[in-house]
Design a binder for this molecule. Structure first.
Ligand SMILES: [Zn+2]
Length: 154
């Protein structure tokens, strides 16, 4: 594969979070990243391919649960994976109660995983209701609908 193909593959993978949503900020970042990746020496480019994910703070995300997974064939096909929960500064505009709902919701994304974004969100919410966070979830949903947040996700 050429460098161009490798970059295209990286852009289509889930190495850049959030993997959905194409805001102006996100587009600017993609252009900058593409510029850097084209010009890196081979060893540095390979390091990015093997070892680096990117998380872009986007206006419509309060928090993200970013799965990390890498397979190391040289080590006998060892795969390591874990999740990183990234909390953006906008989350602190929430009340304490809603913030509890948000944290529980992000943890639930590590427990339940569905095929698409809408199902994933519904499954995470259903899970935290089962865990006893129904009130905090309702508060979170209520606050997310206010003008401070507009259309938020995470
Ligand atoms: Zn979510």
């Amino acid at each position: 594969m050429s460098r161009e193909d490798n970059i295209k593959y990286m852009f289509e993978s889930d190495r850049i979070w959030p993997p959905v949503g194409f805001s102006a900020k996100r587009q600017r970042f993609m252009v900058a990243l593409g510029n850097v990746l084209k010009r890196l020496p081979d060893d540095a480019f390979e390091h990015v391919e093997d070892c680096i994910d990117f998380i872009v703070d986007d206006i419509d995300a309060l928090a993200l649960n970013v799965p990390f997974s890498r397979t190391f064939p040289a080590a006998g096909e060892v795969t390591i994976s874990y999740d990183q929960i990234i909390v953006f500064r906008t989350a602190f505009l929430l009340s304490d109660e809603a913030l509890v709902g948000l944290v529980a919701h992000e943890i639930a994304h590590s427990i339940v995983c569905m095929d698409n974004h809408a199902e994933n969100e519904a499954a995470a919410d259903a899970t935290i209701e089962k865990w006893g966070f129904g009130e905090e979830l309702a508060q979170l949903e209520k606050e997310k609908r206010t003008s401070v947040f507009g259309q938020t996700s995470g």
